[in-house]
Write a protein that binds this ligand. Structure first.
Ligand code: SF4
Length: 311
């Protein structure tokens, strides 16, 4: 059983009355997050944090925290949680550039954004294609869905959903003045402008980008015809139905698609980064979507193995 001094020390560590200002800061965001979660709002907690921390009341509390006695700290803490609760329900209708939208995913481009690409403000290597049928996430509520038609997107940083243009150290967009339409419409306090945009403004397509370049449009059509995303999804569905009998068929799909990309890259001098714009992600890169990964034996033979990493 704990003695009195241990009980007092536990109480101090877990209770605002016993925190110094560093402990206060270390605990504050966790409490704020749980308030936002309880209020079931889609507003990112960091956005609410930004708003509360700009308020005079917050600054006053932090500045005086260490000199308050336990009762006053408790009182100040309660006041702060009430402000956080109010702020999570009534976010000020203004973008404070907290960067949360940029951490949650990169934008999909509209036809009107084409000029940003043509002028070089957004380099070609920074965009990619998601093809019809591929899984994607709703920018409004983060829910997964299957794309009914292709989309052109700004790339995300590897292993995260953060936009490639987001400078996480500075917490800023590197192309803020020239950011795409979706970024301009996105407002975490009101999903309507972005929804209206998605419904009213045509999305950018590869056909718009490569208009007039017949040979590339033919290659894209041929690739869709022979290596459509649905053909890979069907092969994996068959794999789960028949207990692994068609592994070779899937590996043939992967090899053929790799070969197609290499051929186009070499023949038309297309850099590797631009291939994801021309043909979307490679079949090999998409294998993890189906719960598998590709390994290579020392003699170069490729194998398909269940991905147990859970990534
Ligand atoms: S382009 Fe800029 S504003 Fe848009 S998501 Fe990327 S970093 Fe954020």
């Amino acid at each position: 059983m704990k003695n009195n001094s241990e009980i007092i020390s536990d109480f101090s560590a877990n209770h605002p009355a016993g925190w110094n200002v560093e402990q206060f800061r270390a605990n504050w965001f966790a409490f704020l997050e749980s308030i936002v979660r309880e209020n079931s709002t889609l507003i990112p907690p960091r956005r609410v944090q930004y708003q509360v921390e700009q308020a005079a009341a917050f600054r006053e509390i932090v500045a005086g925290w260490d000199s308050m006695d336990g009762f006053r700290r408790l009182d100040a803490w309660k006041r702060l949680l009430m402000i956080a609760d109010e702020s999570s329900r009534e976010v000020l209708p203004v973008c404070v550039q907290c960067g949360e939208c940029c951490r949650r995913g990169s934008p999909t481009l509209h036809r009107e954004d084409l000029e940003l690409l043509r002028s070089g403000k957004i380099p070609w290597g920074k965009i990619m294609t998601l093809r019809s049928g591929e899984p994607a996430r709703s920018p409004f509520d983060g829910r997964p869905f299957l794309l009914p038609e292709e989309r052109i997107k700004i790339r995300e940083k590897e292993g995260s959903r953060e936009c490639t243009f987001f400078d996480s150290e500075a917490g800023q967009c590197a192309i803020y003045d020239d950011r795409p339409l979706q970024c301009r419409a996105q407002a975490c306090w009101d999903p309507m402008p972005a929804r209206d945009l998605a419904e009213q403004q045509p999305f950018l397509k590869r056909a718009d980008i490569f208009e007039g370049v017949g040979v590339l449009l033919d290659m894209i059509a041929e690739h869709e015809n022979r290596c459509g995303f649905a053909s890979l999804a069907d092969a994996f569905e068959a794999l789960s139905r028949n207990g692994g009998e068609n592994v070779d068929e899937i590996l043939r799909h992967l090899s053929y698609e790799d070969h197609f990309r290499r051929f186009v890259s070499e023949k038309f001098q297309v850099p590797g980064t631009d291939l994801e714009l021309l043909f979307g992600r490679s079949f090999t890169d998409m294998v993890p979507l189906f719960g598998y990964r590709v390994t290579e034996e020392p003699d170069g033979t490729r194998c398909l193995v269940p991905d147990e990493t859970g990534d």
